[in-house]
Design a binder for this molecule. Structure first.
Ligand code: HXC
Length: 282
């Protein structure tokens, strides 16, 4: 479906690119010819993923940074330019989330998730957007949101994430208009359930919860990483040049079955909540 050189000449910065969906997307971009710069907090996965990308014959480099810190983001962008040249594409993939009864959250728990998801996404977009506009060069931004943002319905039990992702979607659509004249295109993807170690250990931390989620899914299965990665490729490619400010849902029809991906946790008994909360520090 995709030509093997579809992303040749592109340099893509991916936040949260060392693990999970970010890693899978990065590897797919590399297969199609892009240079990849990974940004995340932990160095070990960054190093390993950069090596896996190089093994595919693409160029890769990384910086460890916390995207809640704007000066760290600016430094990471400088490092990317030094290592790989001009960055023309940003994928805001880094996220934080946990399942919790909202009344149990501390103010800092809200700050942690909103800081990573909303503020971090804005900081990365601002750092690169300013450069693109000053240099009169085009840019592409892809934001990974969630179905409860795309459906504009929020979701119980993931309230900080729901607030933050709704903000990211608002930012995507606002800047799609504001920056179109600078040839900067912004879109979003709203993935449903795609298994990753990071999300699963926080959101579905037992076999029972996983089975329950699968049974509830209209297609009876979770998403495959290549399905998501290929959608990201399309939206960032020149083929999608007229797609701007859009959010594409990829969830096998799950949200249509009932809005708010985690609202069904209303049925969870207190004992199960206690187990979830106890698992949190592991
Ligand atoms: C309640 C929690 C908590 C939990 C942390 N906190 N985990 N509160 N339930 N499970 C609280 C802490 O007690 C602390 O508040 C505050 O949050 C900050 O915690 P830290 O661990 O110090 O923060 P930090 O290192 O910044 O960690 C951020 C994080 C962490 C969000 C808490 O989980 C993280 O970095 N996650 C990144 C990876 C991730 O979450 N991936 C899944 C994304 S999935 P106090 O008051 O004690 O200081 C996704 C998609 C959703 O987004 C849809 C999928 C189907």
């Amino acid at each position: 479906m995709f030509q093997s050189d579809l992303l040749k000449g592109r340099t893509i910065l991916i936040t949260g690119g060392g693990t999970g969906l970010g890693r899978s997307i990065a590897l797919r971009f590399a297969e199609l010819g892009a240079n990849i710069f990974l940004v995340a907090r932990r160095e070990e996965p960054l190093k390993e993923t950069a090596e896996a990308i190089r093994a595919k014959g693409a160029r890769a480099a990384y910086a460890s940074a916390d995207i809640r810190d704007f000066s760290a983001v600016e430094k990471a962008v400088e490092a990317a330019e030094e290592e790989l040249g001009r960055v023309d594409t940003l994928v805001n993939n880094a996220a934080g989330n946990f399942i919790a009864r909202t009344e149990k959250l501390s103010p800092n728990a809200f700050n942690a998730v909103v800081g990573i998801v909303l503020q971090g996404t804005f900081f990365c977009t601002l750092a690169l957007g300013k450069k693109w506009i000053a240099a009169k060069q085009p840019g592409h931004v892809l934001n990974i949101v969630t179905t409860y943002a795309a459906a504009n319905c929020g979701s119980g039990f993931v309230v900080p994430s729901a607030c933050a992702k709704a903000g990211v979607l608002a930012m995507t659509r606002s800047l799609a208009v504001e920056w179109a004249r600078h040839h900067i295109r912004l879109n979003a993807i709203a993935p449903g359930p795609f298994p990753t170690e990071g999300a699963w250990s926080r959101l579905l931390p037992s076999k029972e919860l996983e089975e329950r989620a699968k049974k509830h899914h209209p297609m009876g299965r979770f998403g495959r990483h290549d399905e998501l990665a290929n959608l990201a490729v399309y939206l960032l490619s020149e083929q999608a040049d007229y797609v701007n400010g859009e959010c594409v849902v990829i969830d096998g029809g799950l949200w249509l079955r009932g809005a708010g991906e985690f609202n069904d946790f209303l049925d969870l008994p207190d004992a199960a909540w206690d187990m979830l909360e106890a698992a949190r520090k592991k």
